[in-house]
Design a protein around this ligand. Structure first.
Ligand code: PCA
Length: 326
């Protein structure tokens, strides 16, 4: 903590000395999830930290809920410089490169502790991959464990056949397919409407997203499957980054480290809070049956193999490094 404070304070002092010389820059930061969600709250705090740390030279303005760019468009917007910075669930881009999907391999890392280890193992490869796409990785925060939502009791894969399933990345769509469901990709910002109109009638997500979007208005059951903990990643356009002086880079990096730490704690706290919220909304929140869990684990094995086939030696090295930490 002292190190961050030193970086930020040092930068603020040096910037204050040059105050009046540099014009303030406004950085719009597109984000995909509801304003009240902990990722959005963390992004807003990160923005304030940067504004303060740079003595107002960079003012970050967050735009949650997909209001500036939809989730699926944020990565491209930052790559091409339409936005200088943005937050994206990178597993949504697994078809570009399997490494982006490392955080959504079923039952590989199913707790916050394990997700942190997997992130540590994956970070160098992810940073390199993003750099090759004109992006600088600043920080990353996990979602709570993923569970299954339905509008009826589901105790086995047989009960899932033919259900319309909202997906948010390749892994969620593949899981649906293996279970005989019908996947349709829908942004988190649009799920309340999708469930209300019957476009979708189930999904895999965190308690957090169900709570943020009040899904108890349409759905009845949440099963705590703990399948994986996907992550959001905050990235800066590399040309913009390269144009910054060392002091500003230091502020962004320091504020990013603080945000990752604080955001992770917020995620942990939001987990139980939102599961309680689903219950208060009238939903049944429970562990899956042993049969359902076993059947899902078998899908997990298939998907792990598929991921390793696509991710090759680099992917295997990440998994090996992660397993060594346990
Ligand atoms: N919420 C996001 C991604 C993972 C999560 O928990 C969503 O459902 O889109």
């Amino acid at each position: 903590m002292k190190r961050f404070a030193t970086i930020i304070l040092g930068s603020a002092v040096s910037l204050a000395l040059s105050a009046g010389l540099a014009a303030a820059e406004k950085w719009d930061m597109p984000m995909a999830y509801s304003a009240t969600n902990f990722h959005s709250a963390t992004g807003a705090e990160f923005g304030k930290c940067v504004t303060k740390g740079t003595g107002g030279a960079i003012e970050i303005v967050t735009h949650p809920s997909g209001s500036l760019f939809k989730g699926a468009d944020i990565k491209r917007a930052v790559q091409t410089g339409q936005a200088p910075i943005g937050e994206r669930l990178l597993s949504g881009h697994q078809n570009e490169n399997a490494i982006f999907g490392v955080d959504s391999i079923p039952f590989l890392a199913t707790s916050f502790d394990d997700a942190a280890k997997l992130w540590k193992a994956a970070k160098p490869a992810m940073t390199k991959l993003l750099a090759s796409q004109n992006l600088v990785l600043l920080y990353s925060v996990p979602w709570p464990p993923q569970g299954l939502y339905f509008k009826k009791a589901v105790n086995s894969v047989a009960d899932m056949k033919g259900i319309k399933f909202r997906s948010y990345n390749n892994a969620t769509a593949r899981l649906a397919e293996l279970a005989g469901m019908l996947p349709v990709t829908i942004e988190a910002a649009e799920i309340s409407q999708a469930f209300a109109t019957g476009v979708a009638e189930s999904m895999i997500s965190s308690g957090a997203t169900g709570y943020d979007r009040k899904v108890w208005e349409s759905l009845t059951h949440f099963y705590e499957v703990d399948a994986w903990l996907p992550r959001n990643y905050i990235m800066v356009n590399k040309d913009v980054w390269d144009g910054l002086d060392a002091a500003k880079k230091g502020v962004l990096t320091g504020c990013g480290e603080l945000a990752e730490y604080a955001g992770t704690w917020r995620a942990i706290e939001y987990t139980q809070f939102t599961l309680n919220g689903l219950r208060a909304g009238g939903m049944t929140v429970t562990k899956p049956s042993a049969q359902l869990k076993d059947e899902l684990k078998a899908f997990g094995e298939i998907m792990t193999k598929e991921w390793l086939d696509k991710a090759g030696a680099e992917g295997k090295a990440i998994i090996d490094a992660y397993k060594k930490m346990n």
